[in-house]
Ligand binder design. Sequence first.
Ligand SMILES: *[C@@H]1O[C@H](CO)[C@@H](O)[C@H](O)[C@H]1NC(C)=O
Ligand SMILES: *[C@@H]1O[C@H](CO)[C@@H](O)[C@H](O)[C@H]1NC(C)=O
Ligand SMILES: *[C@@H]1O[C@H](CO)[C@@H](O)[C@H](O)[C@H]1NC(C)=O
Ligand SMILES: *[C@@H]1O[C@H](CO)[C@@H](O)[C@H](O)[C@H]1NC(C)=O
Length: 924
Amino acid sequence: EEVLMEQDLNAVGIALVLLLGRRAALGHCALPCYPRGLWGRLFPTTKNFSSPQSLSWALGYNSSLAVHSMEDGMLLYVCAHTAVIHDVQGSRQYHLQGHANVISCLCVSEDRRWVATADRGPDPLIIVWDAFSGIPVRTIFDSRAGCGVCAIAISRDAKCLVTISAGVVQRVCVWRWTYPNESPVCDVELSPEFGCQDFVIFNPQNPYEFVSNSKTQVIFYLWVSRTAEKPAPGCDRPLLSPQTLGSAVGHFTQSAFHFNATQVLTGTSAGKVVVWDVERKPGLPEEPQDRLHGMKAIKLVPLQEESLTVLVVLESCIVTGDVRGQVKFYNGHLQLLVCYDHSGTSPIQSISFSKAPPDPPDLLKSNCVTLFRGIRASWSDSSNSVSLTPNRNFILSTSDATVLRVATDGADFEKVMQEAKEAVVAIACHPQQAWLAMGSHCGLLKVWDYQQPQLLTSRIFPSAGIQCLSYDPAGSFLAAGFTDGSVLVLDAISLLSCCEVFRFSHGPITHICFSHDSEYLATADEKLAVTVYKRVLQNERGCWEHLAGLHSHYKPIRSILFGIQLDGSEPRLLSLGEDRQLIEYDLISSSKDQLVVVDRHRIEQDAVPLCLAWYPLFSTETFILTANSCYKMKLYNSTTKMCRKTLLGPTYGSPLEKMQILPESAAQPQKHYLAYITKDKVGLQILPVDGNPHKSSAFICHPDGVSDLAVSYDGRYIFTAGGSDRTVLKWEVNLNALEAVASLGGEDLVPFYRLLEGGQDGEFFRELEDYFYYVQLCNQGIDMLETRQVSAYIPLEEIPFVMRAIGFYPSEEEIEDMINEVKFSEYVDSGEQVTKINLEDFIKLYINHRPAFGLSMKTIRQAFQVLGYDNGNGDKVIDRGDLLSLLQCRAALMEEIPEEITAEGFTAGILGLSIAEPEKRTVK
Ligand SMILES: *[C@@H]1O[C@H](CO)[C@@H](O)[C@H](O)[C@H]1NC(C)=O
Ligand SMILES: *[C@@H]1O[C@H](CO)[C@@H](O)[C@H](O)[C@H]1NC(C)=O
Ligand SMILES: *[C@@H]1O[C@H](CO)[C@@H](O)[C@H](O)[C@H]1NC(C)=O
Ligand SMILES: *[C@@H]1O[C@H](CO)[C@@H](O)[C@H](O)[C@H]1NC(C)=O
């Protein structure tokens, strides 16, 4: 069996070499002759550009999870749903992409070749990656894991994985990932009384033994494979032996197997180490089960006062990390050998050593001394400070998101990364340079050169979190809005404050932006106020001064937007709120403490508008573009604010939260694109928007939610900030791929026909045609005897009737929008109103205006809740008379309507609709 598995692993390796051989001319090198230091370097060097946006850099990481050292200067960590192999010296990153949920745990094999990751959320996955090439060599869909995995470990021989699921009843599974089996080779459910088991580790010398612990319980396991000789029932359940101790020891943190293989050590929050071992009964032959059930806490070794956070066994040393940031090395008897202390370090989250030297010493024979060089004093002489250095550099990660490298030759702590330790919600791109500013709720502001990539400057604001950022159009200033309502204008290069702090807002600043000429700076805050600052000249450099503020909205402000007046160069300012108000301010007439409103428009009835942008100029008419909660994008005449077009927007599970027009590229000045974020995705849309779903693409970027979007000045990159996941991702834009995807969707009307039920050959289309021609007949007069004029058009006034005939019931306002849309479609060019519509345009109009996901039963039930009364059977019903007057309906309906009408009866019986439930549908 062992031999077989060895071959399996090699087969995987060899298959990979074959795969890679074609991509990156690897020559004929077989697996064993890979030189050291290949982690990530066999990733395909030429990117596969079939995707419109691809991840090119990840900033920040999840500091609650371990950071692993693949080799000196090469780190492995988790960034939202991606595992990152980061070559710090070489300034390169390799991404392991495949999870759709945030990764919840990871582990790496002893030789650093295999990385296993698991996630938490709907449809959780466990993925084993080849760290050389980034190829996911095995994906396990564990349907029974419920909401995902919370702990994972890999055996020393790399062939077995153990996972512990999250949830109240935890499931422990052992997987032989090199086998094709769908199911675990053994599994067991844990009773909730054992506490949340969130740490697990294999015995390095015996893959059939592992140990897990919660804060209060340590569980020892022995397992036998289902495929082994003993097929007795129950042998696929591991044996387990839970152990607990009194509260005096503190709570358990991490466990490790002692290098002499019999003992298990568990670190505690009281600075103690619990030593577990078998209680030997003399004379009895030792069976593995005896060992398991004989496990007892034989010793409690108080090491220190401070809580131990990390406990690892490295060759013949025991290494601990604690809340004060100290790392201590002990020998097998838990006698202190050396302590690394670095002032100001916060609690240690993980310790990881570079990969073992090529020929690891014989574990059992060696003692801790082999790990060190330069020993000059004897062990017993503890007062005499011994000069020791482990011969392997290591890295520490701390709970405040700092990664330190400890070079053992100098015993120096070198900061490798310092990332945000709280949510990152604000990002902004410089208008002329490849700079990205990112701000976190922890007050950390970083400016990063994303071309190199490298950190340029950073500053920490200890008193408040950064909520939004914006560069001025000239790129000399960076304005920051804070969670405490203060606003600062900083020098874009030095990050030093240029003016005093403004404190005119009473709640967190949500939006901040400059006018095109930098004359004005405007903010919106959570207390629903828009505040405007005006530029003044102070010394040589300009600064801004508070002009006026206004509580113009009564629900959260979604967007503020500067523009330019049509007839000049004066800036104009708009704001949009969830109260559905689009408000324009008169900056010229505004004076100190008085912000003048030009006009207010309620731009939606049902839907909530979510974002706002200037639409690129495709004709002589300038438009404002909005996207709403019902997946619609709307164009408004920028002067009259009249709704001129309603279009089906991207439908990727959640509506657009923010959008930004990509800067025009010099190569294709006629083409325009829109970048957007939804709840968890980043996407691109080809403009003009016309409702064709193939003109849009989207990717999961931050599964737990995206908070902000920024576009590089040249439009080549999109950045997304993940908010609570504390990361920022850089996406490379590939517009050719986007165009290719769009053209695959079909030309002209083909994509629209596909959106009709049954397509162009379906019954629905024929029905629509029939109605269309019927209306023509009626219009010419049914009884007409002359030769009929067959035309492709129907008059505009007939649009609502045909819409209703095919099952779309627009509101009066929607009808008005629809008719206006057609009526004025050529007005700007020809000065004339359109009075008729043909079938093709009608289909587009229908697709773009009808509800994106059809009528939902929920909406109808809601209406019945409001309109109806309780009929005593628990149903909300409407009286026939009421309904008829409500519907103002025609008499012909009368006979078929029952006395009382329920929501279901109304939908199915009267409207004749079949409504699919569940209501949520995702169109990709
Ligand atoms: C790129 O990936 C797609 C599928 O993801 C594949 O069909 C295509 O062949 C790949 N192209 C190259 C050049 O590898
Ligand atoms: C890091 O991962 C843990 C475990 O899944 C999760 O609970 C936590 O929310 C994550 N933190 C961040 C900042 O993503
Ligand atoms: C394991 O190591 C501990 C401490 O070094 C020692 O007390 C114990 O006897 C050892 N057990 C074996 C089986 O060597
Ligand atoms: C839209 O606004 C422009 C001015 O920008 C105006 O000339 C035009 O008549 C408006 N169009 C409609 C249809 O109202």
